[in-house]
Ligand binder design. Structure first.
Ligand code: ZN
Ligand code: ZN
Ligand code: ZN
Length: 350
């Protein structure tokens, strides 16, 4: 790209953008849309949720499907998933039929935990008080440290599916924590990209990227001293954002007490902003990408991805079908317009 950049009219003409973290491309077709939020937005009456739901398997004191009863917890609560996708005693081993690399499988061991953010059934990261979200950050940190210290664990994935649209089976505020014996596909790709960038340039890919974004000032949504939220240049989902630590660090255990608070603050601000886009609790899948565990990965830069599916209103979602499934993901609204829209809805998290 380089000097070519200035000749492209990114806001008007179709083009494709490169994602340096994954080595993938996204097709952008800005001519296909006017500002999408100027259309009518349906207002979905928010069903008032109770503080406690006797039928919820995550509320304090309730019995889970596996028969275990939750304690009367008062802040965060972590338990091993009763129907875990992975088991810690799954044997390792590899098969490669006829050594052709065509029919290949590897044993995968793992631990799947569920973490409730709060005993309150009706709260979310946007409505919880800051000290309670700080407690969530501290619990994430201790879970990451504990699981990451296991000698067979290579990666710890913390992720939240919010809203029925994203397949969340229960509205009680919670996330999942999966520790795995191998580094999963996405972080593994990002590790390769960050390491080869470091080898080539002697600097960190995301540190350098953040510097460029700070200079450009068009895709930043909000920031505090410790963190920055932006719509990445290569975003695929309409209102996708990337949350990066300002300081170069690999994982939560390296966060200072102050940065833990700043992370809590920026998350509350980001999710509250999302909730104002269409005046509904914004559905999303979000997750932290932290350095793989077990050995040092100095090129890794701590970050989180938010992938929300909503496009034009509370009910119109983006689907990844057709050309996107077979060719390249595509978007109409540019990352710059999405950032502008989000930025206009940011309010203080305090
Ligand atoms: Zn509940
Ligand atoms: Zn960095
Ligand atoms: Zn990532």
């Amino acid at each position: 790209m380089g000097s070519q950049t200035s000749t492209l009219q990114l806001g008007e003409q179709s083009h494709r953008r490169f994602n340096p973290l994954t080595n993938e491309w996204v097709l952008v077709s800005p001519h296909r849309t006017q500002r999408p939020w100027q259309g009518a937005t349906e207002v979905i009456p928010a069903a008032k949720k109770p503080e406690y739901d006797p039928t919820c398997y995550l509320c304090p004191g309730n019995q889970r499907a596996g028969g275990v009863r939750n304690p009367q917890y008062s802040s965060t609560f972590v338990f091993e998933n009763d129907y875990a996708a992975l088991k810690r005693d799954s044997p390792p081993g590899r098969m490669d039929l006829a050594d052709k690399g065509l029919i290949v499988a590897e044993g995968e061991a793992g631990i799947c935990r569920v973490m409730c953010f709060s005993p309150r059934h009706d709260l979310t990261l946007s409505s919880m008080e800051l000290p309670a979200i700080e407690e969530v950050v501290r619990t994430w940190t201790s879970e990451f440290s504990e699981l990451g210290a296991m000698d067979w664990v290579s990666h710890v994935q913390i992720f939240e599916n919010r809203g029925e649209m994203m397949g969340a089976s229960n509205p009680h505020p919670h996330c999942q924590i999966w520790a795995t014996s191998s580094v999963p596909q996405m972080p593994s790709r990002e590790l390769l990209a960050q390491e080869s960038y470091f080898k080539k340039n002697g600097t960190c890919l995301l540190c350098d990227y953040i510097e460029l974004e700070k200079r450009e000032q068009v895709r930043i949504v909000c920031a505090n001293e410790g963190f920055i939220v932006l719509v990445p240049f290569w975003a695929v989902w309409p209102f996708e954002v990337l949350v990066c630590s300002s300081r170069h660090l690999g994982a939560m255990p390296e966060l200072s007490r102050r940065e833990q608070s700043q992370l809590a603050e920026i998350l509350k601000q980001a999710v509250s902003t999302y909730d104002r886009v269409f005046d509904v609790p914004f559905p999303y899948s979000m997750g932290f990408h932290q350095a793989p565990t077990g050995q040092p990965h100095p090129a890794w830069h701590f970050h989180a991805h938010f992938y929300p599916p909503l496009l034009r209103s509370a009910t119109v979602r983006k689907f990844m079908v057709g050309f996107e499934m077979l060719g390249t993901p595509q978007r109409d609204i540019t990352a710059e317009l999405a950032a502008e829209r989000l930025r206009s809805l940011v309010t203080s998290a305090k």
